[in-house]
Ligand binder design. Structure first.
Ligand SMILES: Cc1cc2nc3c(=O)[nH]c(=O)nc-3n(C[C@H](O)[C@H](O)[C@H](O)COP(=O)(O)OP(=O)(O)OC[C@H]3O[C@@H](n4cnc5c(N)ncnc54)[C@H](O)[C@@H]3O)c2cc1C
Length: 486
């Protein structure tokens, strides 16, 4: 109580610096990292904040699932940023709870585990000499024949830089598995933002004469909270409440009606009761289609929805607690092959010992890329477990006897899909929403921008800078840092 009062007094004394926006009522839609970080930063500047989250708890994609002493992120979440302001923000938030974890990753190719990011010439040795020569030849041919190829799709972008053979073996299978669409349907924008693996030519040069500097792709360590990534949203939630903010969980948006000044926001709690809030400003971090659906039809929202074709990719997480001390030493392991149901795994204990109840146990968080309505999504939890264990047994990883417990989590809206031609629709939606200058989009899900959590924090900083130009921390341009293809 005393801490909360000290915080409140400190805010009151600072409010005067932040001009007329301080003291305004903000309603924040969505309690993932973007919504929570925005709430904290707004409260620090003296605003009144009410946050609406439809889930049972806050955290969104960044939450940590906890059961029987086992902790799992929704796919292992490492924190890495080249932006010192963002790193400092996290250190201030978590203090001693933040660990530095070494990174080790492998990719399962041609029935072997190969270092990831792939390194030449070593990686070629897993293929027959003929296949390896074919890859190098295909790259050389590409250098001459594909110069003028336009970067429209992911396929165009990769073939131009790595050659067709490497694309077919390495890039294509995993990418199609993640996105569930053909690589010629996935926009080159995504490749250019996310692939930080050096071109084949740079890899060859690096193998012959290694450069002194480590490329960004090969980061050797990252930050991780000792009890899971969910410690970040938890700490934000505590700060928000301590500063007098209001959080409604189990509450979803019904309608969002623009008024002459501000908005009227109607929400429904889990018990069916509804609440009406008046907002001077709204920060939306929820999927764009959910926001559009909440805006009254007579304001043209239905018209926008009729031509709306933006898609989000969903994911199934299978969490398996194992009666054995370790499976591998990896931070992540990638499984690009189509016939394996899973795409990526991580072993939480390798990130922090506190992710398991005792050293006798370990666990695996297994990512299965699948969207609502697809056959895999519709499988029962038991069938998913059986299939995964059967396939992991075949590759010599774990067997049924190792399994202690398991849980399946189906997570919608995990990734915004950059399908070829998505930009005009996105611009149309954003132009429509931009007519209200007190409605702001933020975060990965809310602004349909493929960002990791560090990018989400930068996005929130930019919003704060826009709202409070006189007092916000300066952030560097968005660091769509390299090395995040997977
Ligand atoms: C498998 C996977 C692995 C990842 N790995 C990493 C990693 O290693 N490092 C990293 O930095 N980032 C990683 N990320 C990305 C990171 O999770 C996101 O960048 C970040 O969590 C996005 O936060 P957000 O608030 O923008 O969106 P979200 O987390 O999606 O938050 C949106 C919130 O809005 C709520 N909501 C939706 N609709 C409504 C409604 N109608 N009413 C009320 N509430 C609503 C949702 O429940 C959710 O809580 C990963 C993501 C995935 C899916």
């Amino acid at each position: 109580m005393i801490a909360a009062k000290v915080l409140r007094d400190a805010i009151d004394s600072e409010t005067v610096c932040f001009g007329t926006r301080a003291r305004q009522n903000f309603v924040i839609l969505g309690g993932g990292l973007a919504g929570l970080a925005a709430a904290q930063e707004l409260l620090k500047r003296g605003c009144k904040v009410t946050l609406i989250e439809q889930g049972a708890e806050v955290g969104g994609l960044a939450r940590t699932f906890e059961q029987d002493g086992f902790r799992f992120d929704i796919g292992g979440h490492r924190f890495h940023s080249n932006n010192p302001t963002v790193v400092q923000w996290l250190k201030d938030l978590l203090g001693k709870d933040l660990r530095v974890v070494p990174r080790t990753s492998h990719i399962y190719l041609n029935q072997q585990f190969v270092n990831y990011p792939i390194q030449l010439p070593g990686a070629l040795s897993i293929f027959s000499p003929l296949k390896a020569a074919q890859m190098v030849f295909s790259y050389l041919v590409t250098k001459f024949t594909e110069k003028t190829r336009q970067d429209i799709s992911f396929e165009d972008w990769v073939i131009k830089r790595y050659g067709r053979a490497l694309y077919e073996v390495f890039f294509r299978p995993y990418t199609e598995k993640v996105w569930g669409i053909a690589c010629d349907q996935l926009s080159a924008t995504w490749a250019s933002q996310r692939i930080g693996i050096p071109s084949l030519w740079r890899m060859v040069k690096q193998a012959i004469a290694p450069a002194k500097e480590t490329p960004a792709t090969a980061i050797s360590e990252f930050y991780y909270p000792r009890a899971g990534f969910g410690m970040i949203p938890d700490a934000l939630r505590r700060n928000i409440l301590a500063m007098g903010g209001t959080i409604h969980t189990h509450t979803s948006l019904l309608s969002c009606t623009p008024l002459t000044q501000g908005f009227e926001v109607n929400v429904r709690h889990q018990d069916g009761t509804t609440l009406t809030l008046k907002a001077d400003q709204i920060v939306s971090t929820i999927p764009l289609n959910s926001l559009l659906q909440a805006i009254p039809e007579e304001l043209g929202s239905q018209e926008i929805l009729q031509s709306y074709n933006l898609e989000y990719r969903d994911i199934i997480c299978l969490f398996v607690a194992l009666k054995r001390p370790q499976v591998s030493q990896d931070s992540w392991t990638y499984f690009p092959m189509k016939d394996l149901i899973f795409g990526r795994t991580h072993e939480p204990k390798n990130w922090s010992p506190e992710m398991v109840p005792s050293n006798d146990y370990t666990s695996l968080a297994i990512e299965i890329f699948s969207s609502r309505g697809e056959p895999t999504w519709e499988m029962s939890d038991d069938a998913i477990l059986d299939k995964v264990i059967e396939q992991m047994h075949q590759i010599g990883w774990i067997s049924k006897a190792d399994v202690h417990k398991s849980w399946v989590l189906r997570v919608p809206y995990a990734y915004p899909v950059y399908r070829v031609g998505y930009e005009p629709t996105l611009s149309k939606v954003k132009d429509y929403l931009n007519q209200w200058d007190n409605l702001h989009l933020a975060g990965r899900t809310g602004s349909f921008h493929y960002m990791n959590s560090d990018g989400v924090i930068e996005d929130v900083f930019r919003l704060i800078e826009k709202l409070f130009p006189e007092g916000a921390a300066q952030v560097q341009p968005l660091s769509t840092a390299a090395g995040r293809w997977m």
